[in-house]
Structures are given as C-alpha cells and as structure tokens.
Design a protein around this ligand. Structure first.
Ligand code: HEM
Length: 125
C-alpha cells in the first residue's frame, strides 16, 4: 500500500496567513508527479501549533524522485530549507524587493514517514 510523508512546519501565529498564501500560490506543484496520490495542508485547531503538510505516494521511490526533481523546483532551494524562493528560481538578496517574501514563514520543519496499513473511504465516494 501507499506511503505517507508528513512535513511538520512550525509557524508563528503572525506568519500563518503568509504560509497559507504561499501554499495556495503553489497549487499544482506536485499533481503531475509520478506516484503522487494526495496532498493536504492541515492548519492546527487545537493540541498543537504546527501545520502538517500531508502527502501520500504510491511508494518510497515516487517520493524520493519528487524530492530530487519537483520538490527542488517548487521549494526554490535544493534542501527545501529556504522554501519561499520566487517562482523564477532567482534568489533576490535580503533587503531587495522581494526579500520580505523570501523569508520563510516556517521557523522549523520535521519530516515524518508512515506506511498505510489500513484505509477506508465512503462506499459511494
Ligand atoms: C512531504 C513533502 C514535503 C517536504 C519534505 C517539504 C519541505 C519543506 C520544508 C523543509 C519547508 C520549510 C522551509 C523553511 O522553513 O524555509 C517547506 C515549506 C513550504 N513548502 Fe514544502 N515540503 C513538502 C511538501 C510540499 C508540497 C506538496 C508543497 C506544494 C503544494 C509545498 C510547498 C511549500 C511552501 C509553499 C512552503 C512555505 C514556505 C515558507 O515557509 O514560506 N511543500 N516545505
């Protein structure tokens, strides 16, 4: 069965809107990747202040392939540690126009990996 990769993002309260807008702007970033099955950006309501970036993949290989191709493209930097680079891939220097936009909204991230062992969906879905 599929595997689930969840990126856990620590986002200060005042940066939430910025983060969500950036994800919105990147809609379409993974849809065409081979083996991609599902994506959800989960905003915390209670119990944690961390956002979850839920992604599900056919297998580990599909995820790794995306990490090395599509993810680099969609996150601006190879490591993903500077996730908010502009679409062009050009990196404006701090202080330049766009510098504010480039600063990550997230202050930290952790990747969790799971395999799906059981699942269910509504009968008529
Ligand atoms: C499990 C797979 C993923 C990993 C490992 C990953 C990696 C990361 C990391 C490390 C950050 C934080 C960067 C920072 O603090 O500067 C981040 C933020 C972000 N990622 Fe991902 N990501 C994943 C999935 C996705 C997907 C599927 C999308 C697009 C739909 C996406 C778009 C973004 C955006 C827009 C940000 C916000 C940048 C900001 O902090 O302003 N990510 N990601």
């Amino acid at each position: 069965m599929s595997i689930v990769k969840i990126n856990v993002l620590t986002v200060p309260e005042e940066q939430r809107e910025v983060l969500e807008q950036r994800f919105g702007a990147r809609a379409g970033a993974v849809e065409n990747s081979d083996g991609f099955e599902w994506f959800e950006l989960l905003r915390p309501l209670e119990g944690t202040d961390q956002y979850l970036v839920y992604t599900r993949w056919r297998d580990e290989e599909s995820f790794q392939a995306w990490m090395e191709g599509g993810m680099r493209a969609s996150h601006g930097q190879a490591s993903g540690s500077q996730a908010s680079g502009p679409e062009s891939g050009e990196a404006p220097k701090d202080g330049e126009a766009g510098g504010e936009k480039r600063k990550p909204a997230a202050t930290g991230s952790t990747l969790w990996s799971f395999e799906v062992v059981q699942q269910a969906a509504p009968k008529n879905a």
